[in-house]
Design a binder for this molecule. Sequence first.
Ligand SMILES: [Zn+2]
Ligand SMILES: [Zn+2]
Length: 262
Amino acid sequence: MSIDWLSGLLLTALIFVPLERVLALHREQKVFRRGWLNDVIYLLLNAQLTMLGLGLLVVAIIVIAGWLLPVSLRAAVATQPYWAQIIEMIVLSDIGFYFAHRAFHAFPWLWKFHSIHHSIEELDWLAAARVHPVDQIVTKGCALLPVFALGFSDVAIGVYMLIYGWQSVLIHSNVRLNFGPLRWLLASPEFHHWHHSNDREARNKNFAGQVPVLDYLFGTLHLPRGRKPTKYGLDQPIPQTHAAQLLYPFRRPSASRPERRS
Ligand SMILES: [Zn+2]
Ligand SMILES: [Zn+2]
């Protein structure tokens, strides 16, 4: 575990723990809620594993795109204004994320991996970390494919990654934030909390990671006004410990029957 990761964790905690006290969506929820230690382990261990897998994938994407795409196209992409590059990356990567995420809900063998993320019963800023490494690498890989293939500039990619990281923490956090008319445009805690809801009406909805418009276009949006989910998590039993959760998708089908499909 590097000092960078530890300081990143402390900085995020310093921002979000007080924010979740002041703007709590579920006031009764504790800072040290169920499974918090498990999610800290995910944050510290899986991050390294995922970075390694994604690093290899990104190198492969850059090399293959270098062969397949004309240099002039990549140069034209990189010389656009930064704001245009960042918007393009958010939209293109979220299209990749949307379909990968939807596939993880639709196919039983993929759902076994993704069900780990949906096993969280109390959502907060730490919840974003509980993702099986296979799920993380495949889903993020699909999101990052256009980012690294099309030749966006390093500065624009750096800003995009910062936005992606912070938005991912924010949408899981236990905060009541009103995005106003932007609620259709930018993924908010309100939007993603419905994705984790155990209410039947909300199942298999809100697949986007950053741009809810995609769910509107593909008929999977669920964003009722003035209401909030009452229960998160799954009906199916999921092991509680980190090691058992990593092994869970590889158990025999009879022991891990998928619960939800598109
Ligand atoms: Zn999901
Ligand atoms: Zn989530």
